[in-house]
Design a protein around this ligand. Sequence first.
Ligand code: HEC
Length: 167
Amino acid sequence: MNQSKKQLVELAVIILFILGISALIWNITPYSSMPARVAPTTGTTADATPATANQVPADKQWSHGRELFKNNCASCHNPKVAQTGPALIGVTKRWEDGGSYQGKTGKQWLYAWIKNWHDPVDAKYPYAVGIQNYSPSFMNTFTNLKDEDIDAILHYVETPAVAQALP
Ligand code: HEC
């Protein structure tokens, strides 16, 4: 065997060795390090699948909330984008942060606002007085909505993935 042939063989051995090591590493790590797959949810698995942050939940309360939102609120609100009214995602926390006032929690004032926004404004609840100047338009009143309906609407608008499933 002459010198250059010997070098060629050495090179081939080194390459095979590297390929072998890579194959080994690839084999050890293939899918175990990948995030677990999330099964897609459909509207038919009602109440069965707990929602994660980026999933659209398929529970009945959420569908009820979407229906109510579509029929009563969507003309002025989008969950994620400011329109005539503010974007509603995060609204529960904004009112909770508004704090208690005259024996009602911020969240109770939020429910009062949605039913009839005049009530918290007339009571001079500071957060409501502030948000009232958001737009020159006025919100409708929704005295027909029950607390459970508002629970559902808030559940719907507070879902981060909601924009993927807009009415
Ligand atoms: C005719 C338009 C209109 C409709 C319909 C409407 N809103 Fe509003 N909403 C507004 C406006 C405008 C504001 C901001 C307050 C203001 O400028 O008077 C607002 C404010 C709010 C706020 C306070 C937002 C914040 O950031 O604190 C909530 C909560 C809210 N709306 C919920 C609803 C819900 C729930 C519905 C449906 C049941 C609804 N709105 C329907 C116009 C509307």
